[in-house]
Design a protein around this ligand. Structure first.
Ligand code: ZN
Length: 230
């Protein structure tokens, strides 16, 4: 069908709005993506672990700079590597729920099930139930909202300009530069410890953590960020 240019433009902009609204709802106050504060604090978050190769290296980096993070874990991997998330918690980090399978094809029973199974796996490994949920790819829909609510989990995303895209093979120096260029008190920053080969993430932290120390930023968990910003 042939549309006049203005109609085409309307269709394209409507499509863009629909896609962006369903995938990243940064203006929705129910979804935590940053906090308002004047204190120099930021929350680091790592998704898609635990990973047998990279997670411990990341925890060691954080520990050596007195920093803590929230790890949004995949339940299936927790079942495989319970000792790794036990180690995260022992070092003062926090564990969040990132679904059981990281499957994007949600339906109501499976969304509830995915969350519940992961809660159980994390509890079994650490004795603590997660308080936060981050849906795979940050995709939000009414079923996911309902499932998180039912499990008493708060949905946590990330600051719109603090997606480091470290899962995409971005080199360490540009991950570091991206975070430093966009840093703002109260930011929640998105990294990965288990999405792909995260050597770049480990390397970036070696430069980024001392750089943030020099800027007098504290790197904290989501719970600490919420507590300190009150
Ligand atoms: Zn993920």
């Amino acid at each position: 069908m042939i549309y006049p240019a203005i109609v085409k433009l309307m269709i394209v902009s409507q499509l863009f709005f629909t896609l962006s609204a369903s995938q990243t709802e940064f203006s929705d106050p129910e979804l935590l993506h940053r906090v308002e504060t004047t204190q120099k604090i930021v929350a680091f978050t790592f998704d898609d672990g635990p990973d047998p190769l990279y997670t411990k290296q990341i925890v060691q980096q954080l520990t050596s700079h007195h920093a803590h993070a929230t790890f949004f874990v995949i339940g299936r991997k927790v079942a495989q590597y319970p000792n790794i998330i036990k180690y995260e918690v022992e070092k003062g980090n926090e564990v969040g729920n990132h679904s059981f399978s990281h499957d994007l094809h949600w339906s109501s029973p499976s969304a509830v099930q995915e969350i519940k199974l992961t809660q159980e796996q994390v509890y079994r490994a650490t004795g603590i139930y997660p308080k936060y949920f981050r849906p795979p790819m940050g995709i939000i829909n009414p079923l996911i909202r309902q499932a998180a609510k039912q499990a008493h989990l708060r949905i946590v995303l990330w600051a719109w300009d603090q997606d480091t895209r470290d899962w995409n093979g971005r080199i360490a120096s540009s991950i570091t530069q991206h975070v430093l260029d966009h840093i703002h008190p109260g930011d929640i920053i998105l990294f990965h410890d288990g999405a792909s080969k995260q050597t770049n993430t480990v390397q970036a932290l070696k430069v980024l953590l001392p750089a943030l120390e020099r800027k007098q930023y504290r790197v904290v968990t989501i719970s600490e960020l919420l507590q300190l910003s009150k």
